[in-house]
Design a protein around this ligand. Structure first.
Ligand code: SF4
Length: 287
C-alpha cells in the first residue's frame, strides 16, 4: 500500500498572498485596465488565471502610458522602473514583498556607508535585477561556490564589504558560502539570509526526505524557490520530480516508491497540490 505525505509548510508564502490580494483588489476598484509589470509571481497557472480576469502583463512601464493601474510584481523593481512609472498618468501600486523591500533598503544603506557589496543570487532573476537597480556602485553577484572562490581570489581583505542574499536560495548554500567569506574577509558585514518562507519550506522537505522514497515538487520551472526544494531533496539523497501540476504527472515518477512526499513552491496554489494528491492516490501503478 502506497502512502502519500504532504510537506508542511508548503505553497503560498505571505509575500505571494499579499501580491495576489493587491491584484485582486485592483481588479475590483480599478482604474482600468489593470497592468502587472512582469509575472506577479513565478507561476504560469496564477498568471493565466489573472489574464483570464483581465490583467494585462507587460514588460515595460511605458506600455501602461494610456492610464489605468500599474502593479509591480512581488520581486521588486529598480529605481529606474519606479521613476519611469511615476512619470506616467497611471495609478502605481508596488506589490513587492515587504522582505524584498527591506532588502532593497539594506543594499542602499550599505552603498551609502561606502561598503563594497556582495550579493548571493542569480543574475537575471527579477529580485536580483531589482536589487542591482537600487544602487549605482558595482555589486559582486555570486551564484556558486566557484564564483565565490573567483571573487575571493581578487578581493582585498583590507576593504569593508557587505554581503546580502536573494531570498530564495538554498539556505545551506548561503550559510556555507557565508562562513567562507567570513574566514577570508575581516571587515565583512554579513547580512545574507534567505527569507523565513524559503527556509521553512526547505526544512519541511528535509523532514519529508527522512520518510519518503520520492518527493514530488509542484511549482514552475521559473520559480527559484521551487528548484531549491528539488535540490534540498537531492542533498538528502532522495529523488525528486518537479511538476507544474497534475497534468505533468507520470506513473514512472513514483515507480517502486512505498512513500511519496508532495510539496510545493511559494508561488504554487494549493489547488494544484490537491489535484496532484488525488492523481497520485488513484495511480494504478503496481507497488
Ligand atoms: S519567498 Fe520570501 S521574499 Fe519571496 S515573496 Fe515569499 S516571503 Fe517574500
Amino acid at each position: 500500500m502506497r502512502k502519500v505525505l504532504l510537506a508542511s509548510p508548503r505553497g503560498f508564502c505571505a509575500g505571494v498572498e499579499r501580491a495576489l490580494k493587491t491584484v485582486d483588489d485592483a481588479l475590483k476598484t480599478g482604474p482600468f485596465p489593470v497592468y502587472v509589470l512582469h509575472e506577479i509571481v513565478h507561476n504560469e497557472n496564477v498568471v493565466e488565471s489573472l489574464r483570464r480576469r483581465g490583467v494585462i502583463f507587460i514588460d515595460d512601464p511605458e506600455e501602461a502610458a494610456g492610464g489605468g493601474t500599474l502593479i509591480f510584481s512581488a520581486h521588486g523593481v529598480s529605481r529606474e522602473v519606479e521613476e519611469k512609472a511615476a512619470r506616467l498618468k497611471v495609478r502605481v501600486i508596488d506589490a513587492a514583498c515587504p522582505i524584498v523591500k527591506s532588502l532593497q533598503r539594506r543594499i542602499e544603506a550599505f552603498e551609502a556607508d561606502g561598503c563594497e557589496i556582495i550579493l548571493f543570487g542569480k543574475k537575471g532573476h527579477r529580485e536580483v535585477e531589482g536589487l542591482l537597480g537600487r544602487v549605482h556602485s558595482t555589486v559582486h553577484v555570486v551564484d556558486s561556490e566557484e564564483a565565490l572562490e573567483a571573487f575571493l581570489a581578487a578581493a582585498d581583505p583590507a576593504k569593508h564589504y557587505a554581503c546580502l542574499s536573494q531570498t530564495t536560495l538554498n539556505a545551506d548554500d548561503v550559510a556555507r558560502m557565508g562562513r567562507r567569506l567570513q574566514e577570508k574577509l575581516p571587515h565583512l558585514t554579513f547580512a545574507a539570509e534567505v527569507c523565513f518562507a524559503t527556509r521553512d519550506r526547505q526544512r519541511a522537505v528535509k523532514e519529508l526526505a527522512g520518510q519518503c522514497d520520492v518527493i514530488l515538487v509542484v511549482g514552475s520551472e521559473k520559480s527559484s524557490n521551487t528548484r531549491r526544494l528539488c535540490e534540498t531533496a537531492a542533498a538528502c539523497g532522495v529523488r525528486s520530480c518537479r511538476l507544474s501540476g497534475a497534468e505533468d504527472f507520470e506513473p514512472s515518477m513514483i515507480a517502486g516508491a512505498k512513500r511519496v512526499g508532495i510539496t510545493s513552491g511559494a508561488s504554487a496554489p494549493e489547488e494544484l497540490v490537491r489535484k496532484l494528491l488525488e492523481t497520485v492516490e488513484h495511480c494504478p501503478c503496481p507497488d
